[in-house]
Design a protein around this ligand. Structure first.
Ligand SMILES: Cc1cc2nc3c(=O)[nH]c(=O)nc-3n(C[C@H](O)[C@H](O)[C@H](O)COP(=O)(O)OP(=O)(O)OC[C@H]3O[C@@H](n4cnc5c(N)ncnc54)[C@H](O)[C@@H]3O)c2cc1C
Length: 416
């Protein structure tokens, strides 16, 4: 250790510093706190759950293409059950997910989803068109469509999940500090040794976890740590309420229309996958992202117009129903749609937990388990090669061409 680092050692010391109090940071606090030997501090610049987490649609679906991602999602389901057992109430709306395909490629995708569910012993019910209409009165499907219901899936309020993790973490001794903005990472040669807060306070730690959501990139960049992800638009609409949308009707995934939907307070929440990539530079993100503008199509009308006819074929009432809300915000996408988890380059003491590519809520329990297993050193869990932050080589996340590549990953996403 150099003299400079030693002078810092008069500062407060933890074993682990978590930067960011979104669903990932709070999940990490909850999982890490199960190791009583660790002293853990979580630093949140604003209030817990005030970042991108609060904008998520909260869909939790288990049938994922790779065993590693399936394991991460399953762990989130287990975490929700465990939090409830511990008396931390977190309602999970287990309405199931209904996957519908009409074209050959969409039918093949539905079959693949059903196979994936069965691989992990999850039940699958195949429905006839009239059974689909009974469950989802808003939905019109042709008689020869493929319709698979996975009854174990559901949705959750992402803010409530974040706060439940935080409550569990606090109970187990994690120091949750709100209004504590990290100004910069402290570095001593090839090791990150801690952080400096905006007010000048320095905190040292053996491990610093960057769970700062889309802001992770700029924070790491200053120390020459390149995170291969970009801020990409995710958005959805919520219709006015109508008897067409019973609260217990399943979530619906429509690959033919590149759309998903679920009931939401009497209306229908539906999202469309942007085929035109809309993204921003990580250098441009404000602290407060409410009403964040990507500089084009802020109200989503162009995206809605582009997807309208494909969706209307399944959802005839779309033409008449007023839209009550349009919710648009940032998802951090990587070029392959998988998260960035673990050590970045050959710099020690710094762990990325970000780049969730529109799935951070679903992956939160698994990501927290994977990283806490590494830090505690008790046991390794899961082959994490596919999530290595170094898998793309050294890419510059501030480069427009790279950001566009990440946005295209969102346009091409088919699951999750
Ligand atoms: C419209 C939309 C729909 C979505 N739907 C889903 C879905 O259905 N299912 C799903 O799984 N995911 C979904 N997502 C993605 C999901 O929201 C994210 O993957 C997830 O919330 C990321 O959580 P996080 O903790 O990494 O980031 P955040 O929630 O953004 O948390 C990061 C935190 O770090 C803090 N921070 C930043 N910089 C600093 C600093 N310097 N010092 C201290 N604190 C700092 C911020 O204030 C923030 O609170 C959706 C996203 C959007 C936008």
């Amino acid at each position: 250790m150099t003299k400079a680092a030693l002078t810092h050692s008069s500062s407060a010391h933890s074993d682990v510093l978590i930067i960011g109090g979104g669903v990932l940071g709070c999940a990490l606090g909850y999982y890490l706190s199960r190791d009583p030997a660790l002293q853990i501090t979580l630093l949140e610049r604003q209030t817990l759950g005030s970042g991108t987490t609060s904008f998520a649609a909260g869909l939790l679906t288990k049938a994922r293409p790779t065993p590693q991602v399936r394991a991460l999602v399953s762990e989130t389901f287990a975490a929700i059950a465990r939090l409830n057992e511990e008396g931390i109430d977190i309602p999970f709306n287990q309405v199931g997910s209904l996957h519908i395909g009409c074209s050959d490629s969409a039918r093949a995708q539905v079959s693949r989803t059903a196979e994936l569910a069965q691989l992990q012993q999850d039940p699958v019910q195949w429905l006839q068109a009239e059974q689909v209409s009974q469950r989802c009165p808003w939905l019109q499907v042709p008689g020869d469509c493929a319709a698979a219901l996975l009854p174990h899936d559901g949705f959750i309020d992402p803010y409530q999940l974040c706060m439940a993790y935080a409550q569990g973490a606090r109970r187990q001794g994690v120091n949750l500090r709100q209004y504590s903005a990290v100004q910069r990472l402290l570095r001593d040669g090839q090791r990150i040794t801690g952080v400096e807060l905006e007010q000048g306070e320095q905190l040292l730690a053996r491990w610093v976890i960057d769970a700062a959501g889309p802001w992770s990139t700029a924070l790491a960049y200053e120390q020459d740590l390149f995170l291969a992800m970009a801020p990409v638009r995710s958005h959805y609409w919520i219709t006015a309420s109508s008897p067409l949308f019973p609260s217990q009707s399943p979530m619906v995934i429509l690959p033919d229309a590149l759309a998903y939907a679920r009931p939401e307070v009497g209306g229908l929440l539906f999202g469309l996958r942007d085929q035109h990539p809309v993204y921003a530079s990580p250098a441009q993100l404000p602290v407060d992202i409410r009403g964040f503008s990507f500089g084009e199509d802020d109200e989503g009308w162009e995206a809605l117009a582009a997807g309208f006819s494909a969706l209307q074929a399944f959802f005839p009432a779309l033409q008449q129903l007023p839209m009550a809300h349009h919710v648009s915000n940032i998802s951090s996408y990587t070029p392959d749609g998988l998260p960035l988890l673990g050590q970045v380059g050959d710099v020690e003491g710094f762990i990325a937990a970000t780049g969730c590519s529109g799935a951070g809520v679903s992956l939160s329990g698994g990501i927290a388990r994977l990283i806490s297993a590494d830090i505690s050193g008790h046991s390794r869990w899961l082959d994490r090669q596919a999530f290595s932050p170094n898998r793309f080589g050294r890419v510059d996340p501030m480069c427009d061409e790279f950001q566009r590549r990440c946005a295209l990953a969102r346009a091409n996403k088919r699951t999750g």
